[in-house]
Design a protein around this ligand. Structure first.
Ligand code: AMP
Length: 176
């Protein structure tokens, strides 16, 4: 069942060449979102991977990490915390800068989003160089969160992003 799910999800990811700039092969997950059964498979895959862990909150990364992370949090009855791109959150924030596969950026989290000792799972759609997730991890750790695992629907293994997240355990379901 699980491997059938993964096969169906992998078949639905659309490769878009040269987006958002020349030389980038963009993994488009919108066909998964647009199909009710595939979206459910994706959320169930993340949620099953959370099984057996005592978790307080899911942290999702702007923007596609919100789509998966919020649905997983809802399914598991957990709180959801957004890590947003700079300038989007209204209250006091902590920030962390990073280098993206295609650019430079800064992410932010509300200062009161995580209480010390809360048990966290981080979710995003895709792990590329790991810069974005590493910045999110910095924010979680700054707040005193206990990060149990980082989960991604897709991992671009050739970019070795998980090395940047060490020693945080990393789980990805579709690997390229
Ligand atoms: P990185 O910081 O390099 O690991 O980049 C990860 C973030 O950028 C994730 O939030 C992804 O949504 C997005 N991203 C980076 N590279 C790609 C790609 N090739 N296809 C789709 N999304 C990507």
């Amino acid at each position: 069942m699980t491997s059938d799910r993964i096969t169906l999800l992998a078949q639905a990811v659309r490769d878009v060449h040269d987006f958002p700039k020349q030389g980038i092969l963009f993994k488009d997950i919108t066909p998964i979102l647009a199909d009710g059964l595939l979206f459910k498979h994706a959320i169930d895959t993340f949620a099953d991977a959370c099984g057996g862990k005592e978790i307080d909150k899911i942290v999702g990364i702007d923007a596609r990490g919100f789509l998966f992370g919020a649905a997983v949090a809802y399914k598991l009855g957990l709180g959801f915390v957004p890590v947003r791109k700079k300038g989007k959150l209204p209250y006091k924030t902590e920030s962390a800068s990073y280098t993206l596969e295609y650019g430079e950026a800064c992410v932010e989290m509300h200062v009161d989003a995580i209480s010390p000792g809360e048990r966290i799972v981080l979710i995003d759609d895709l792990l590329a160089t790991g810069g974005t997730a590493a910045a999110a991890i910095k924010l979680i750790q700054k707040m005193g969160g206990d990060l149990l695992e980082a989960q991604f629907l897709i991992e671009l293994e050739f970019l070795a992003g998980r090395k940047n997240l060490e020693p945080v355990p990393v789980r990805a379901f579709l690997k390229y």
